[in-house]
Ligand binder design. Sequence first.
Ligand SMILES: O=C(O)CCc1cccc(O)c1O
Ligand SMILES: [Fe+2]
Length: 321
Amino acid sequence: MTQAMLQCLSHSPLMGLVDPLPETVQAATKAIGNLRDALQRFDPEVIFLFAPDHYNGFFYDLMPPFCIGVVADSIGDFGSLSGPLDVPADLALACACAVLDSDIDCAVSYRMQVDHGFAQPLEMLAGALERYPVVPIFINSVAPPMPAFRRARLLGDAVGRYAATLNKRVLFMASGGLSHNPPVPLLAGASAEVAERLIAGRQPSADARAARQQRTIDAARAFAAGTSTLHPLNPEWDREFLATLCARDLVSLDKISNDAITEAAGASAHEVKSWVAANAAMAAATGNRYTVQAGYYEPIPEWIAGFATLQGQADEVITKN
Ligand SMILES: O=C(O)CCc1cccc(O)c1O
Ligand SMILES: [Fe+2]
């Protein structure tokens, strides 16, 4: 008997560093609290966490579209939690095998480094990095060439079919998005110094890390003040995306190209592929018998994020072989 639940949450390391009005913080905090309470009640036996990276664990020396962590550590950028994740290694490896058997070529890592993309939802929803067993599933969302919506959906589909065989309470969790464009550099057109950081920037000096974080904080202040040239948030695009997930119409996203995503919603909007994968996993695990509710949405410039929560429940317990 497998039971499945779905939770998706935007992330932003600017939370607590560059905050909007207290009412906005309160509303977002309440929405996050709702997810946390539901997670606690569900008490997952394993979390499949789909999330991106921001040139902290994955670089252009070898950039996979997808990677499953068999052993994983959080680096603790922007004051996020650092330290090991509780990855059930055999299960993570079996998941990777099942994904490969489903024609989705994903990498594995026995020393996966993750950043706030993974750490923040674990901290905010699970309460700690090691509170629950978690299979971390990286989706490249910042470093072109990137997988398309369709591939993210098929990855999620493969993970969901595997998860349904476990006879456990499984939680599919996604971290990222929605529309946004924080100052994450692109390799195309980068200076030699920035290119080096994107290709081989593992373990930067404390000064380099602090300078990077300060640049992001400065960018958020300018973005909130309306004096920034960063790509604007796109609430209309975000609401349509959420409606598509609520309608369980993931296939309709396949026709949206990566260029169209960047153009409409910003270069980091590709992080929503984590949401697509988690929703596809839920669909596969439940045989499409699940319901989704968008919990909260607000474009929050201070956090450089179309900030949203979403939750889904299976209509029934899944019985399988
Ligand atoms: O690591 C960085 O510099 C990017 C930080 C960042 C900021 C806003 C929204 C995000 O999703 C995000 O990841
Ligand atoms: Fe991000």
